[in-house]
Design a protein around this ligand. Structure first.
Ligand code: UD1
Ligand code: CA
Length: 459
């Protein structure tokens, strides 16, 4: 097999998206449409990937600045043939070229591989049967089934329009022929465009073999032109991803109510309840259980840990056998050691919590280092911010912080210390002692009456 060049056509304006974002930068599964195409292209190990982009496409280029891609601008969109002509200076004379479309994100690398394997001395095209072929190029075959030409919808006769086998736009051929064919294209057609599809009849005229691979997977060749298409493909992508997880042994309470925008890696015996969203890179170790309605982004959750409903986790590392939520919010920089318990309405940010500690109700813990076996009572707040700067709170092992305490950072609470409920602690608390700081005098007023509602008519 010879060297492979891949040309991705992405100069289309995407007018029907009605968006300021270029079409190919819209996302499927949290990754841009073009990124999906590039990923499939890379799987084929080409020597070169060339992307043909159009007016306003500089942001597209910038989005892929890290990738080893040759970019070619097609200033005016004069057709798919014209687009490939722009890539000619980048093509290797001795290579084969695979043409992909930048707006077809579910393109199947294995099917492309089949085309490429045939392309040494052949023009290999990918087709499919479409119940309503309106708009597509039709595959015209001879009586003995050989492909003769691709006829664009607008140029097709009534009889040709009845053909349901259509062109996907994906094809592979040797560059030595492609170069010749591109130079012979004309724009004498209904759209006054240079059609890449005209290379089929040029090949036939030269006696070069045209092979058609018919795919049964329509979604893998479906392009995105509108938000309607985008949402349909998103669902297909999500369903396929959910099926893969099920096949790996993950329990999904309802595969149609799972969204993965990134990569979700699951160990054995993982269970995920409905309406969970996973973003970025998430790893769920063996026996992890995620309850309904959780949003989890860039996180590692250790063996046997449980996440209760409505919990939000971002950029967090959770060790084994932890219990999180319901309604917990773990923000970036949270690191929880084994067997920690984080309960409802607790927010943790940029903090480490050591083994077995419990923060069970209504607390804010920010910029803190919490030791092992610490119990933080309900409504405790680390006052980490003075309006200008952030400071750390250090809570050493076996500390007990009573409810409704404010710890004004920078501050250290020594080992085995107890802080009485309702305290506002502004200075370091010594180890082993009880420290409290409350209003001194508790008063009771006898015969005190609660206010009653003022009668509106008399007021
Ligand atoms: C093209 C095919 C048609 C096929 C259909 C599949 C041609 C002439 N027709 O039709 O046989 O059934 O795709 O969807 O090839 N593009 C450029 N520059 C251009 C024109 C297009 O880069 O000047 C890119 C677009 O961004 C897009 C792809 O080429 O990714 C296809 O263009 P589009 O206009 O959608 O093709 P159709 O005319 O629908
Ligand atoms: Ca067109």
């Amino acid at each position: 097999m010879s060297k492979l060049n891949i040309v991705i056509l992405a100069a289309g304006k995407g007018t029907r998206m009605y968006s300021n974002t270029p079409k190919v930068l819209h996302e499927i599964g949290g990754k841009s449409i073009l990124a999906h195409v590039i990923e499939s292209a890379k799987a084929l190990r080409p020597s070169k990937i060339i992307v043909v982009y159009g007016y306003g496409g500089e942001v597209v280029r910038e989005a892929f600045a890290q990738e080893n891609i040759s970019w070619v601008k097609q200033a005016e969109q004069l057709g798919t043939g014209h687009a490939v002509q722009q890539a000619l200076p980048f093509l290797d004379a001795d290579a084969d070229t695979l043409i992909l479309l930048g707006d077809v994100p579910l393109v199947d690398a294995e099917v492309c591989q089949k085309l490429v394997e045939q392309s040494d001395n052949t023009l290999a095209i990918l087709t499919f049967n479409k119940a309503d072929p309106t708009g597509y190029g039709r595959i015209e075959r001879s009586v003995n089934g050989n492909v003769q030409a691709i006829v664009e919808h607008k140029d097709a006769t009534a009889a040709q329009r009845n053909i349901i086998e259509v062109n996907t736009g994906i094809m592979a051929m040797p560059n030595k022929y492609l170069v010749q064919w591109l130079s012979q294209l004309t724009n004498n057609n209904a759209q006054a465009e240079y059609y890449l599809t005209d290379i089929v009849s040029l090949a036939v005229a030269q006696g070069i073999k045209v092979a058609a691979e018919i795919t049964a997977d329509e979604w893998s060749v479906t392009g995105i032109n509108s938000k309607v298409d985008l949402s349909a493909i998103e669902r297909v992508y999500q369903n396929r991803n959910a099926q893969k997880l099920l096949q790996q042994g993950v329990t999904l309470k309802d595969p149609s109510r799972l969204d993965v925008r990134g990569t979700l890696f699951c160990g054995r015996n993982v269970e995920i309840d409905v309406n969970c969203l996973f973003e970025g890179n998430v790893t769920l170790a063996d026996n992890v259980k995620i309850s309904a309605n959780c949003v989890i982004k860039n996180a590692v959750i250790g063996i046997g840990s449980r996440v209760a409903p409505f919990t939000h986790i971002d950029d967090t590392h959770i060790a084994e056998n932890c219990s999180i939520g319901p309604y917990a919010r773990l923000r970036p920089g949270t690191v929880l050691a084994a067997e920690t318990h984080i309960g409802n309405f607790v927010e943790i940010k940029n903090s480490q919590v050591d083994i077995g500690s419990k923060i069970n109700h209504l607390s804010y813990v920010g910029d803190a280092t919490v030791g092992a076996n610490v119990n933080i009572g309900a409504g405790v707040i680390t006052c980490n911010y003075d309006g200008a700067n952030k400071f750390r709170t250090v809570i050493e092992d076996n500390v007990f912080i009573g409810s409704d305490t404010q710890l004004v950072a920078p501050i250290t609470i020594g080992k085995n210390a107890t802080i009485a409920a309702g305290s506002t602690i502004t200075k370091d608390a010594p180890a082993e002692q009880l420290t409290f700081c409350r209003a001194k005098d508790q008063k009771s007023i006898a015969n005190w009456k609660r206010p009653t509602k003022i009668n509106e008519k008399n007021s």
